[in-house]
Design a protein around this ligand. Structure first.
Ligand code: F6P
Length: 544
């Protein structure tokens, strides 16, 4: 992928700035009222998802200008390059082929695709064997529980998918341990029996401190329960690209499923890293999940920019980050089973696009990667929505809404839908000072008090948001939803001119973590600590 010119140097940058300035005081409600085609025209369907962006603070000229910026940044060829396996991750000299993991053909990438299909076959075997109760532990008991030990991309994706697809749950329960805090592992193991538990050590590198520490403790737990060294293969699988380290840990090659350096951790739930999900929901459902993502990939690769869902979402991110100064983006899934979506998207977007230099290393003179946050509706309404409605911070929002529920409780679900649509509309319409005043008078409040209170009830409105809907949250629509956000992340990264597939910023903390650990263990460390850190280390030692 060639280095793209910086966003601020693209020919249409200034024109876009002018359009943004003009729209700052425009009213989205008025734009919707004045343009009877807007609601329909600013809605797009792809891969079982619908994106309604009609409540965004954009008009047709602004969108046209954003599409111009996208063309000037060579977005179309960047997309083709990503899908064709070009070396998009230039600092590590690799492609980023998460799309191949869910593809139904390996055109042009046959060798890698053969490896993918072989891994799928092994995943399927494990999923079917475990769900049929055919895999037994050291005491002869069938495995009933699987614990995925991993962190970051080796945890957040699988955790999200297993939780979101709980209505599709098979015979084996899946649990997730990530934190190096021993309480995470301890709390999980409290519920489990060693003889019916299987651990999946999920680590692309097999070097991650948290995962290795938890896996060693899990192995000890298994041994304490009476498992011998020869029994460990009945209880441990590894997903890794570092077979030597897995073997050193004691997991035989037959129990290792592959990962490849051409898949980034945060893009890896489609690979064997997603084995716990394939076990949780069964192979057919996992395949449907892959197919849903593949349908979004097809749309991303084929749809023109102006009708391309991830492209529009990425351009809206650029619009608010670079032309309105928004430093954050809020994702509000109105579905309890998508509670982990914001956590997953935090790693996806912030590890991918939290960068301050361009692909060629030159410093950027504009903001990138906004903070992503959120929580499942309706809980946020009773907590942070106050700030969304009346705060001084601009928080562009995505509502995510499955239109039906798996619970069978359709009347209660209707309330959830009503809340979602009401929040989306309220953010847009707000309430003028005069309306606030009138509503206070209508409540019987006296004129002086109504005048004093009105500014507190007034809401500016015009707070931009999209609504993403789907008929139901199924394996396929979940796959499409995750792929949608992956591609949105890529689009924004291309416009910002950055490499969205490395994460050098996490390394120094790991290095210093090792130095501090040596000091806590009373060992020598050849790096002197600053006085603040040294004092806290001393405080820790005194507390032991
Ligand atoms: O430290 C960040 C990171 O490298 C993530 O990018 C990755 O998803 C996570 O750690 C886990 O890495 P691994 O799968 O190699 O254990």
């Amino acid at each position: 992928m060639p280095a793209t010119p910086l966003l601020s140097q693209l020919p249409s940058f200034e024109e876009t700035q002018q359009l943004a300035k003009r729209l700052r005081d425009a009213s989205v409600s008025t734009m919707l009222a004045d343009d009877s085609d807007r609601a329909g025209d600013f809605t797009l369907t792809a891969a079982g998802l619908q994106l309604d962006y009609s409540k965004q603070l954009v008009d047709r000229p602004a969108l046209a200008s954003l599409f111009k910026l996208a063309s000037e940044a060579n977005l179309k060829s960047a997309i083709s390059g990503l899908l064709a396996g070009e070396e998009v991750n230039n600092t590590e000299g690799r492609p980023a082929l998460h799309t191949l993991l869910r593809a139904n053909t390996g055109a042009g990438l046959e060798n890698k695709y053969d490896a993918v299909t072989a891994a799928r076959k092994t995943m399927r075997q494990w999923s079917e064997r475990l769900n049929a109760g055919e895999h037994r532990g050291f005491s002869g008991a069938p495995i009933t529980d699987v614990v995925n030990i991993g962190i970051g991309g080796s945890d957040l994706g699988p955790r999200l998918v297993s939780e979101a697809l709980r209505p599709y749950q098979g015979n084996v329960a899946c649990h997730y341990v990530a934190n190096v805090d021993p309480a995470d592992l301890q709390d999980t193991l409290l519920e489990l029996n060693p003889d019916s538990t299987l651990f999946i050590v999920c680590s692309k590198s097999f070097r991650t401190e948290e995962t290795l520490t938890n896996s060693l403790a899990a192995r000890q737990w298994m041994k304490n329960a009476g498992a011998g060294d020869a029994d460990l293969d009945k209880h441990f699988l590894a997903i890794t690209s570092n077979l030597d380290a897995a073997a050193e840990f004691g997991i035989s090659p037959a129990n290792c499923l592959p990962m490849w350096d051409w898949v980034g951790g945060r893009y890896s739930v489609w690979s064997a890293i997603g084995l716990s999900c394939a076990i949780a929901v069964g192979w057919e459902n996992f395949e449907a999940f892959l197919d849903g993502a593949a349908a979004m990939d097809d749309h991303f690769g084929e749809a023109p920019l102006a009708a391309n869902m991830p492209v529009i979402m990425g351009l809206l991110e650029i619009w608010y980050t670079n032309f309105f100064g928004a430093g954050n983006h809020v994702v509000l899934p109105y579905d309890n089973s998508l509670q982990k979506l914001p956590d997953f998207l935090q790693q996806l977007t912030m590890e991918s696009n939290g960068k301050n230099v361009a692909r060629d290393g030159q410093p950027l003179d504009y903001p990138t990667g906004p903070v992503l946050w959120g929580a499942a509706g309706t809980m946020g309404q009773h907590s942070f929505h106050q700030l969304l409605h009346q705060g001084t911070e601009l928080c562009p929002a995505d509502f995510v809404l499955p239109l039906t529920t798996h619970t069978g409780m359709t009347e209660q679900h209707r309330r959830l839908v009503a809340n979602c649509l009401a929040q989306s509309r309220t953010l847009m319409v707000g309430r003028s000072l005069e309306e606030a005043h009138q509503s206070l008078l209508a409540r019987g409040i006296d004129a002086a008090r109504a005048e004093a209170l009105a500014p507190h009830l007034a809401m500016p409105g015009n707070r931009p948001n999209s609504v993403i809907t789907m008929a139901a949250l199924t394996p396929a629509t979940l796959g499409a939803l995750i792929a949608l956000y992956e591609h949105r992340t890529f689009v924004s990264g291309v416009l910002w001119g950055i490499n969205s597939f490395d994460q050098w910023g996490v390394e120094l903390g790991k290095e210093i973590g090792g130095q501090v650990l040596s000091l806590l263990a009373g060992e020598d460390c050849d790096v002197a600590m600053d006085s603040a850190t040294a004092r806290l280390i001393g405080e820790w030692a005194a507390a032991q």
